[in-house]
Design a protein around this ligand. Structure first.
Ligand SMILES: Cc1cc2nc3c(=O)[nH]c(=O)nc-3n(C[C@H](O)[C@H](O)[C@H](O)COP(=O)(O)OP(=O)(O)OC[C@H]3O[C@@H](n4cnc5c(N)ncnc54)[C@H](O)[C@@H]3O)c2cc1C
Ligand code: HEM
Length: 401
C-alpha cells in the first residue's frame, strides 16, 4: 500500500508522468543499456527495443499499477503483475537486478520531467517503483520455489529429439532431457523460453508455448518463422535461426515452464479460441483434456489464413473428436476447405452463430485484433469479463494500445 504522504503526490503527478511514460521508458532503456550493453545483447529482446513494444509494455504496466495504487489504495494490485512475474521467471530474473532497473527508471523520470521532480515527487515515485518491484520479487520467489529451484536457476539443456516441418513456415521441435529422465511438470497453456546464440555471438531469448500435454515424456514447441515484411524489415531473429539451424541431436538452452494462462481442472464449459500460431497453448489444453478423459463442454474456435497455414490441423481435429463434449469451428480467410466433422467457414472468425454457455471460461491466443473481437463477442453473449483469459505472443500491449 502506498504511504499516506505519497498518495496525493502520485495522484497529482500521475497525469504528467503518464503522459510522458513512453518517453520515460525509452530513456530508461537507453540509460540502462549504456551502462550494461550485455543486457541488451543477452537478456532483453533487442527487436522489441527497436520496435518500441517493450517500452510500451513497461509504460502500460507502470501506469496501470500507479493508477490502481491511488484509485484503490486498500487493494494490492499484484494481480496485474502476474504475467510479468511469469515472464521474468522464464528469463531467470533475480531480486539483485531490481536496484539497477529502479535507478535508471527513476533517473529517466527525473531527466524527462526536470524541475517538476522535487525531492518529494522523487520519493513518492521511488515508493511506487519499490511496491511494484517487491511485489514482483515476492511472486517470482514463490514461482521459483514452486519449481523447486534456486532463484533464477531456470536454464536447462534440452536435446532436440525430433524436428518436423508442420507447414511452409512452421516447424515442431520435440525436446527431451539429455539424461532421458522425464521432463519437468507444467500446466497446460504454459511456455518455455529458448535462448539462441546468434551469428554475431549475442544470446537472444524468446518464448514458445508447450504444445502437448504435461506428463508426456518430452516437450514439444512449434515455431513459426517470422518473415520481415516487403524486404525492408528484417526477418525474426530467433525463429529464423531455429528454422535454419535446429536439428535432431542438437542441444538447446531452454527454461523451465512458466506462464499464467493455464487451464485449471474443472468440469465447467470452456471456449478455446485461437488464430494462427496461437493454436499452440490450446493444443496443450486439448491434449490434457483428452488424457484426463474430460467430458466438459469445450467449444474450440480457430481462425487461419488457409488450411495449409493451419498448423497441427489434423491433430487438433483428432483431439477434438476424442472429447465427447467438444466442437470444432474453423475459419479460413482465403479458402474454406472442407474438413469432415468440423464446421468450416470462410472469412474472419465470428461467434454469431454459436450457442455459447454464458458461464463458460474462455482462453484466447492470437493477434490482438482477433482477441479483441472475440472478447467483445463473448461479452455480448453474456460471458463475464473475468472469465476471459488471454495470451499475447509478445509484450502485452492489450492495455496500452
Ligand atoms: C508467452 C509466449 C508464447 C509464445 N509462443 C509461441 C509459439 O508457440 N510459437 C511461435 O512461433 N511463437 C511463439 N511466441 C512468439 C515468440 O516468442 C517470438 O516472439 C517469435 O518467434 C518471433 O521471434 P523472432 O526472434 O523470430 O523475431 P524478432 O526478431 O523478435 O522480431 C519480431 C517481429 O518483428 C519484425 N521486425 C524485426 N525488425 C523490425 C523492425 N526494425 N521494425 C519492425 N518490425 C521488425 C520481425 O520481422 C518479426 O516479424 C510466443 C511468445 C510469447 C510471449
Ligand atoms: C518493477 C520493476 C519491473 C517492472 C514493472 C517490469 C515490467 C516488465 C514488463 C511489463 C514486461 C513485459 C511483460 C510482457 O508483457 O510480456 C517485462 C519483461 C521483461 N523484463 Fe521486466 N520489469 C521490472 C523489472 C525487471 C528487472 C529487474 C529485469 C532485469 C534486468 C527485467 C527484465 C525483463 C526482461 C528481460 C523482459 C523481457 C523483455 C523482452 O522480451 O523484450 N525486468 N518487464
Amino acid at each position: 500500500m502506498l504511504s499516506a504522504q505519497s498518495v496525493p503526490v502520485v495522484r497529482a503527478t500521475l497525469p504528467a508522468v503518464g503522459a510522458s511514460l513512453t518517453t520515460i521508458t525509452e530513456r530508461f532503456y537507453q540509460r540502462m543499456f549504456e551502462e550494461r550493453p550485455d543486457l541488451l545483447r543477452n537478456l532483453f529482446n533487442r527487436t522489441n527495443q527497436v520496435t518500441g513494444s517493450q517500452r510500451e509494455a513497461l509504460a502500460g504496466a507502470v501506469a496501470g499499477f500507479a493508477t490502481l495504487l491511488v484509485e484503490r489504495p486498500d487493494e494490492r494490485p499484484d494481480a496485474i503483475l502476474s504475467r510479468i512475474a511469469h515472464k521474468h521467471v522464464s528469463l531467470g530474473i533475480t531480486s539483485d537486478m531490481y536496484p539497477l532497473v529502479g535507478r535508471h527508471l527513476l533517473g529517466a523520470v527525473a531527466e524527462i520531467l526536470g524541475d517538476a521532480v522535487t525531492p518529494e515527487v522523487a520519493a513518492a515515485w521511488d515508493e511506487v517503483y519499490w511496491l511494484m518491484a517487491n511485489a514482483l520479487i515476492a511472486t517470482e520467489a514463490r514461482l521459483y520455489a514452486a519449481s523447486g529451484v534456486d532463484n533464477g536457476d531456470v536454464w536447462r539443456q534440452m536435446v532436440v529429439t525430433e524436428r518436423r516441418q508442420e507447414s511452409a513456415d512452421a516447424v515442431s521441435l520435440v525436446l527431451s532431457r539429455p539424461d532421458g529422465r522425464p521432463t519437468a511438470p507444467f500446466r497446460p497453456g504454459q511456455y518455455v523460453s529458448v535462448r539462441a546464440q546468434l551469428p554475431d555471438g549475442a544470446h537472444q531469448i524468446r518464448q514458445y508455448s508447450l504444445s502437448t500435454a504435461p506428463g508426456r515424456e518430452s516437450w514439444r514447441i512449434t515455431v513459426k518463422r517470422e518473415r520481415g515484411a516487403d524486404g525492408s524489415v528484417p526477418d525474426g531473429e530467433v525463429s529464423s535461426w531455429l528454422h535454419a539451424h535446429a536439428k535432431e541431436g542438437d542441444v538447446l538452452d531452454v527454461s523451465l515452464p512458466a506462464g499464467d494462462l493455464v487451464l485449471p481442472d474443472a468440469d465447467t464449459p470452456i471456449v478455446l479460441a485461437s488464430a494462427g500460431i496461437g493454436i499452440t497453448p490450446m493444443l496443450s489444453m486439448l491434449d490434457h483434456l483428452t488424457l484426463t478423459s474430460s467430458a466438459r463442454p469445450v467449444t474450440v474456435i480457430h481462425a487461419d489464413r488457409n488450411p495449409l497455414d493451419h498448423v497441427h490441423r489434423a491433430e487438433q481435429a483428432a483431439l477434438v473428436s476424442r472429447l465427447s463434449g467438444a466442437d470444432l469451428h474453423l475459419w479460413y480467410e482465403n479458402d474454406a476447405h472442407h474438413v469432415p466433422g468440423t464446421h468450416v467457414r470462410a472469412g474472419r472468425a465470428t461467434l454469431d452463430h454459436l450457442d455459447l454457455d454464458p458461464t463458460a471460461t474462455a482462453y484466447l491466443c492470437g493477434p490482438l485484433p482477433f482477441m479483441r473481437a472475440v472478447r467483445g463477442q463473448l461479452l455480448a453473449k453474456g460471458v463475464h469479463p473475468s472469465a476471459v483469459h488471454y495470451e499475447v505472443f509478445g509484450p502485452d500491449l492489450w492495455l496500452s494500445k
